[in-house]
Design a protein around this ligand. Structure first.
Ligand code: SF4
Ligand code: SF4
Length: 375
């Protein structure tokens, strides 16, 4: 099997195809600290792409409560259990990827979820970790915790859905790295459903073909961010293009957050797919849980987040979340504002670093009325 370099693992690994890295790679950053699980992203994705027959169980975007929420049921604990405990060597991941621990005659480690696993997408919603004994009350710091984890297909650099498709129906677009399933070629063997460890490929029993998140590519082609990003109530998301660490540009907000500030981290990088959705980890969750989920750099990312206001460039990049529908290719911080530019280097958004506060008099002369909200 060819060797490819996975920068998230800091080493080479086995992968069935070589030279698959696209000219540029679409990516998302999600700030888990801001997600309120309103599911607006889930609903807009569903109404845009999967309202048809055979798609009833499909949530290309879902938001689950961790640690007890899953969609499909138990997706991560099942594959983690199969994968077993894997070793680290300093910052280098010395354990096996799901490709390297594949059973004989298989491309990767995997399993097909049962029908019931898709039936209850809200199982575990808002359940927190830790028991409260009768009469107990919360005090700070406390041991009760949960957080919301929004998930879409990661448009992985080394997709296991693509690698495992014996029909070669799945391809990664060289122009933007979006991973798509050719609906004409697919025969519904469900190898992708089995071998995507994130369970983001779905079988459609009506068309007898598999389907997955298409990264809103018609929007990406127009320079727009994805539906789940632009609809996000909490402004927790940013869609853009990410570079490899050696080519990272400080004036690309995606690169700045992921590579320079090292604030956003991939989900389960140990699987070896080099996923392209990056998460700012929740700051209140115990480190061991986060280390397993986002890798060893979680504690440093949380420390950076806590003092983000002291880094103008980082603050400027974070304030661009949810500020425009356009994809921001370049940004700068100037005169107390963060300014974003599109692909043609035209200014598309300008946000103040500190929101101005205007205090209005309690008594409104013009309307002859008292105001209840004066700021
Ligand atoms: S729309 Fe945004 S805030 Fe609401 S659930 Fe989705 S990611 Fe979270
Ligand atoms: S998350 Fe799964 S479905 Fe999406 S590209 Fe990666 S392996 Fe394929």
């Amino acid at each position: 099997m060819p060797k490819v370099y996975n920068w998230q693992l800091g080493r080479e690994m086995d992968y069935p195809y070589n030279g698959i890295r696209p000219k540029r790679q679409v990516a998302l950053i999600m700030d888990t600290n801001k997600c309120i699980a309103c599911q607006t992203c889930t609903v807009i994705c569903k109404t845009t792409w999967t309202p048809g027959r055979g798609q009833e169980h499909m949530l290309w975007n879902n938001v689950e409560s961790k640690p007890y929420g899953f969609y499909p049921l138990g997706w991560d604990v099942k594959i983690l259990e199969q994968h077993g405990v894997q070793p680290l060597d300093g910052d280098t991941y010395a354990g096996k990827t799901i490709f390297e621990s594949a059973p004989a005659n298989e491309i990767a480690l995997g399993y097909i979820p049962g029908d019931q696993d898709y039936a209850h997408p809200n199982v575990g919603e808002d359940d927190s970790f830790g028991n409260m004994t009768r009469g107990a009350h919360l005090s700070m710091q406390h041991n009760q915790w949960m957080f919301y984890l929004p998930r879409i297909c990661n448009h992985c650099t080394y997709p296991s859905c693509l690698a495992s498709c014996s029909r070669q129906s799945i391809y990664k677009r060289p122009e933007d790295g979006v991973v798509l399933i050719d609906q004409e070629r697919c025969r519904g063997y469900r190898e992708c459903v089995k071998n995507c460890p994130y369970k983001k490929s779905f079988f459609n029993p009506v068309t007898r073909a598999s389907e997955k998140c298409i990264g809103c590519y018609p929007k990406i082609e127009k320079g727009h961010q994805t539906q789940c990003t632009t609809s996000c109530i909490g402004k927790i998301r940013m869609t853009g293009f990410i570079s490899t660490p050696d080519k990272a540009r400080e004036d690309n907000p995606m690169d700045y957050i992921v590579h320079h500030a090292k604030l956003a981290l991939p989900l389960y990088p140990q699987f070896g797919l080099e996923p392209n959705v990056y998460y700012i980890p929740p700051i209140h969750v115990p480190p061991p849980f986060l280390h397993q989920m986002f890798g060893r750099k979680t504690a440093a990312a949380i420390a950076t987040y806590r003092k983000a206001a002291q880094d103008e460039k980082l603050l400027g990049a974070l304030l661009l979340f949810g500020a425009t529908e356009r994809i921001i290719h370049r940004y700068k911080v100037e005169g107390g504002q963060t300014i974003g530019y599109d692909e043609t280097d035209t200014e598309v958004v300008r946000v103040p670093l500190v929101e101005p506060v205007k205090i209005r008099p309690v008594w409104d002369e013009a309307h002859g009325a008292y105001r209840t909200n004066v700021t």
